[in-house]
Write a protein that binds this ligand. Sequence first.
Ligand code: ARG
Length: 459
Amino acid sequence: TSNTMWGGRFAAGPDAIMEAINASIGFDKRMAAQDIAGSRAHAAMLAATGIVQTSDADAIREGLLTILSEIESGKFAFSTALEDIHMNVEARLTDLIGAPAGRLHTARSRNDQVATDFKLWVRDQLDASEQGLLQLIDALLGQADAGADWVMPGFTHLQTAQPVTWGHHMMAYVEMFGRDLSRVRDARVRMNESPLGAAALAGTSFPIDRQMTAQALGFDRPAANSLDAVSDRDFALEFLGAASICAMHLSRLAEELVIWSSAQFRFVSLSDRFSTGSSIMPQKKNPDAAELIRAKVGRIFGANTALMMVMKGLPLTYSKDMQEDKEQVFDAADNLMLALAAMEGMVRDMTANRENLAAAAGSGFSTATDLADWLVRVLGLPFREAHHITGALVAMAEKAGCDLPDLSLEQMKSAHAGITDDVFTVLGVENSINSRVSYGGTAPAQVRAQIARWKETLG
Ligand code: ARG
């Protein structure tokens, strides 16, 4: 039997394989609430503009509410033959209210309908990402606050570079996730235009009110070009782009947690709530959540690339290729929300090992730069010469198997005769971090100022 939606032109129904490749109901049923909200707004507008009688529009709007509760309570029977969420809902509406159901699709197409539904769905995810990011930032601020002056090694190339503070390191991630937050908020502003009323692609001859439906659905305005409105998926790509960058940040932090929680580093211990054990090795406490975050990020990048590839060759306007947008975005969104929540939990629960951080901060000649700076400041040497002399002292200490503060004044003088006892005041890690008072530097006073600034911004 031919299709009830377009059967007029068809003598035969689709092959089973055709149905299998064509149907999207298996996944787009996740947009049921958005589809029904869009249809209810459309029906109200059709009545307000006199395109459909108020009694019919009321029956449609009531019927749609019934369908929503059927779906929410799991009583709705989705049909693959009905292809997608739009046709499943409309067919059920016909069962429920009969002939008036056929008037709902006046001045509308599945093209503007699906763009509207999907935009509403993505908009919810932007809002959820914002909440997830705010929670994670709050957890990081808590860690930063507790350890604003705890010293730890700062790294470049994963080699000891200069002492920094735990608070400073936590606040570096606050800056990253703060930019992610602003990206998500920007994307929401840009995407918030309603496609509804663009119809198939060219607009409609009916006297519709696009302002009214836009407003009812919380959009700022109707999209200005009907061709663009039905074929734009920028909003989904921007979500995936922002999600990818955020996921990259999550993955870097996850990687640090994996390293820091190892027996070789012991910078942090993760809580039991966010760790797993081993079935054979009794001593094990594994950072599985961090590892899974690191891995899930790959899926999010994959979704971004996949949708970019789907879109890049499509002539205007709608092509069925665009149906492949949803599964990628659904999967990326699910995994981003889970990763944000898991990271928040790990960060809130973890305990930084202050003693181990301090011990590591003092090793690896981490104050060599402070020594070179002293030679410049006190002896007036050019920095390049100071660098060379310090390098020689590091080599001397390395050979002697000690750290810089353990060298004698005589050994120091052998590298440069002008060196005095005063040099030892700059070789300690505490002195080092306290001296980095430049704006944005690691001195605890600077770190506390940044924590205060963020707390004020976030309210
Ligand atoms: N299931 C389709 C999608 O997700 C809905 C739009 C269908 N439009 C069309 N002209 N075939 O994209």
